[in-house]
Design a protein around this ligand. Structure first.
Ligand code: NAD
Length: 268
C-alpha cells in the first residue's frame, strides 16, 4: 500500500528561498523546482545574472519563477517579499530561510557593526520572514519552514562569534516555530550543513591560502579536514535534496529538529 510519497510532489506549492541568487540557496531553489514547486527567488547580485538564473530554473524545471529583491534584515522589505510571492504566484507555502553572511574575527577585535549585521541577516531575517509567511500558511493549513543553520548552530569555532550566536539562535527559533505551529499543518526544521564550497566559503579558503602561503587546493583540503571526518564538501544540490525531503508527506511529523548534513562534523 502506498501511504505517502517519500519524495515530495510539490506541484501547486510556492517556495520562497531567501538568498537564492548564489550557493546553497540556488541549489535549494533548483531542487524544490525539480520537485514541482514554483519559486520566489531573493538575494543580491547583478540584474542580468539574476535574470539568467531565473530563466534557467523556469526552463529546466517547467515552473514559474518570481524574483523578490529586498534585504532580509529589513522588516518592510520582507513583508513586500512575501506579498509579492502571493500576488505573482498565489501563495507562499514553503519558506526557506537561507540568506546569510559571515564575518571572521576574534571577539576582542570584532567590529560592533559587523556583529549587528551578521545577527540581523542570519537570525532576525529568518524571524521576520517567518512572521510574514506564517499567517498565509495557517490559513491554508499547510506549510514548511526550513531554516538553513549550520554545524555552527550546534558547535562553535573560534573567530566566528556573531555567526555561531546567530546560528545557535536560529536552531532555537526553529524549535519555537515547531511548537507554536505543531497543529497547524506546518513543520519547522533546521538543516545544519558542514562545509559547502560556495562564495561564502571561497573567501575563507582564499584568506587561509594567503595567510599560510599555500595553494588554494591545499587550503580547501585543510579547511575541510580540520573539522570534518569526511574529507569532501557537501554540494548545494545535496542540501537541496534534504529540503525536498522535509517538504514531503513522509516528513510531515518531523518538526523542531536540526538535520546535520556535515560529513560527520558534529558526530565528534
Ligand atoms: P553565498 O554567499 O553563496 O550566498 C548567500 C546568499 O544570501 C546570496 O544570494 C546573497 O545575495 C544573499 N544575501 C546576503 N545578504 C542578504 C540580505 N541582507 N538579504 C537578502 N539576501 C542576502 O553563501 P552560502 O554559502 O550559499 O550560504 C547560504 C546559507 O548557508 C547561509 O545562511 C550560510 O550561513 C549557510 N551555511 C553555509 C555553509 C557553507 O559551507 N557554505 C555551511 C553552513 C551553513
Amino acid at each position: 500500500m502506498r501511504e505517502f510519497a517519500v519524495m515530495a510532489g510539490l506541484q501547486g506549492k510556492v517556495a520562497l528561498v531567501t538568498g537564492s541568487t548564489s550557493g546553497i540557496g540556488l541549489g535549494i531553489a533548483h531542487a524544490l523546482a525539480g520537485a514541482g514547486a514554483d519559486i520566489v527567488m531573493n538575494g543580491f547580485g547583478d540584474p542580468g545574472d539574476i535574470a539568467r538564473l531565473r530563466e534557467d530554473i523556469g526552463s529546466q524545471h517547467g515552473v514559474r519563477v518570481a524574483y523578490a529583491p529586498g534585504d532580509i534584515s529589513d522588516a518592510e522589505a520582507v513583508g513586500h517579499m512575501v506579498a509579492q510571492g502571493v500576488a505573482e504566484l498565489g501563495s507562499v507555502d514553503i519558506l526557506v530561510n537561507n540568506a546569510g553572511v559571515q564575518f571572521v574575527s576574534s571577539i576582542a577585535a570584532f567590529p560592533v557593526a559587523q556583529w549587528q549585521r551578521v545577527i540581523a541577516i542570519n537570525l532576525t531575517g529568518a524571524f521576520l520572514a517567518m512572521q510574514a509567511a506564517i499567517p498565509g500558511m495557517k490559513a491554508r493549513g499547510w506549510g514548511r519552514i526550513i531554516n538553513i543553520a549550520s554545524a555552527h548552530g550546534l558547535v562553535a569555532s573560534a573567530e566566528k562569534s556573531a555567526y555561531v550566536a546567530a546560528k545557535h539562535g536560529l536552531v532555537g527559533l526553529t524549535k519555537v516555530g515547531a511548537i507554536e505551529l505543531a497543529n497547524d499543518g506546518i513543520t519547522c526544521n533546521a538543516i545544519c550543513p558542514g562545509w559547502v564550497l560556495t562564495p561564502l566559503v571561497e573567501v575563507q579558503v582564499k584568506a587561509r591560502a594567503e595567510a599560510a602561503g599555500i595553494s588554494v587546493e591545499e587550503a580547501k583540503r585543510q579547511l575541510v579536514m580540520e573539522k570534518q571526518p569526511m574529507g569532501r564538501f557537501t554540494t548545494p544540490a545535496q542540501i537541496g535534496a534534504t529540503a525536498v525531503f522535509l517538504c514531503s508527506e513522509g516528513a510531515a511529523t518531523i518538526t523542531g529538529t536540526s538535520i546535520s548534513v556535515d560529513g560527520g562534523w558534529v558526530a565528534q
